[in-house]
Design a protein around this ligand. Sequence first.
Ligand code: NCD
Length: 327
Amino acid sequence: MPTDPTSPYLPFGDNTHAPWYGKDILSVNQFNRDDLGYVFGVAHEMRGMVERVGTFDLLKGKILANLFYEPSTRTSSSFTAAMERLGGSVIPINEVKYSSVSKGESLPDTIRTLECYVDVIVLRHPEVGSAAIAAQAARKPVINAGDGIGEHPTQALLDTFTIFEELGEGVVDGLTVTMLGDLKYGRTVHSLARLLSLYKVKLNYVSPDILRMPKEVMDEVAEKGIPQDEYTSLEEVLPETDVLYVTRVQKERFEDPAVYEGARGAFLINPEIMQAARKEMIVMHPLPRVGEISTDFDGDPRAAYFRQMEYGLYVRMALLAMVLGKA
Ligand code: NCD
């Protein structure tokens, strides 16, 4: 089993009494600050191991089912890469139309089927609460990879890890984070606002009026004593922003295409706009982008969205190792 002698964290190995062994990851509300320190410590280790040896055998013999009822590029392929870099293997089910789902099989039955063959299930599904339903049906760990407009906890974990790695762990308390775009339907910002409320951040929400952050998320964040302000234009808050988190308008969630057409294109991040921002800040995006950030900005050192994807690999490696009792 590979171990890093210089590591300040737990060595890799059998750790089946660890608190995350066998657990589901359904919501960011399962994590406190200590947990995040632990996840990011393991993720940091994973980064070092990938850089040094590429692939290693921590999860050799373990199998992951990647069950995706909604489209995905990054989440599904980074979970696959994470499992394979740890020596495990993957059953990908990303075209549910070719599976028994198209015959009308229920989610709990599909989950019960897969867990006969695998050790952990990653699920993306269009309905809020679907991951919790799957977890109830399953004996094996279920990881929520997005439940409709509900949550996307592994994305929020990788987003927060990105902030730690890019700006420094010590500075998270005191940061101003501005979330921009579709805050109503964007599950990544629902999870990220909740997770960042573990720190003493200031949150700005910038969106068209019809796409404001849901009240229940704002209420939860307010309970933690986190200041939150809402805006319809970016101008006022850009100069004070340390992290600008841009999101796409979630076309697939709109019942009326005309409403979507009216809402998209409200914001565009480009080099000219970014002249008003700090030099030492970062721009993040969970991706895919569909016109919110001009490609002209990609070469700017503040453009962190491609690096953010790579951090996702290490965080997902850490989570898989944790729930399978190896970290
Ligand atoms: C996000 C998602 O699926 O919620 N994508 C991702 O996982 N990186 C964001 C989006 O689709 O806009």
